[in-house]
Write a protein that binds this ligand. Sequence first.
Ligand code: PAF
Length: 280
Amino acid sequence: MNIFNSKSELKAFLIQQKEEGKTIGFVPTMGALHKGHLSLIKRAKKQNDITVVSIFVNPTQFDNKEDLEKYPQPLDNDIKLLKKVACDVLFTPSVNEIYADDIIAQKFDFDGLENQMEGRYRKGHFDGVGTIVKSLFEIVEPTVAYFGKKDFQQLQIIKKLAKKYHIPVKVKGRPIFREDDGLAMSSRNVRLTKEHREAAPFIYKTLKKAKKKFGTKNVNELEQWVEKQFKKQDLLELEYFTIADEETLQTPKVIESNKKYRAFIAVFAGDIRLIDNIGL
Ligand code: PAF
C-alpha cells in the first residue's frame, strides 16, 4: 500500500494512474476504521482499478472541542486493516497540509438540505464536511466515491455538492453496518462506557418499532411515541427523532405514496452522541 501525507505527491501518483486509463474509487474517512468502512473499501476495490482511502480528522466539522480532541485515532491499527483488505493508497494529510494557517470552513448553500437534523443541532457541521470533501475530491479526482448511509444527510449533501460544483464524481451510498445487537457501527462506539454500550441497541430497536408503526400513526404522533420511549430510559437521552423525505430531508405534512421516507434519530449515551436512521 502506498501511503501519502502530501497532496502534491498523491496527485502526481494518481495522474500517472489516470494516464494509464485506471479508474479511482475513493473512500474518505476520519479513521478508527470498522467493518462498515472496510465494506466500502471492498466495494470500491470491486468497482475500480485503484482504491484510495483518506484518513483525516477534519477539525472544521466538529462543533464540540472535546469530541474532536477525544476522537479515536488508532492509525497503526487502521494501516494494518487497510493492508489486510489490500487497499492501494492511503492519504493521511496533516491539518496544516489541508488548511495551511486558516482552519476555517467555506460557507455552503445545499438548497436547504443542511438546515435540519444534524445541521440544526451541530452548527456549521455541514460547512466543515463540504469544505473537506470538496477539497479531497479536488485532490483525488475520484471516479466513484463511497459513503455509508448511517450519515444519510451527509450522503445527500455530498451528492448535492458534486452536482452544484460540477465535480465529475459518482457519489454512492452503501447500507449501514450493524453490530450483532443492532447498534450502528461508528468510530465513536469505542468511547461508550460498558453500561452505555449495553443500553445503546435500544436506539435501533426503537427505530424498528417506529417503522412498524409508520402508517398507523401520523408523523407527530410517532415523534411523541418515540420521545415517550426514551423518557423511560435512564442512560440514553434523545436529541431528536424525525421523519423526513429522503430527497428533500423535509418532514412531510402528509405522507405521499410515491415518495420515500426515512426516520432519523440522534441520541446521547453519556457524552457520546450516536446517530442512526431507517428506511420506512
Ligand atoms: O463521514 C465521515 O467520516 C466524515 O464526515 C468525512 C466524510 C470523511 C468528512 O470528514
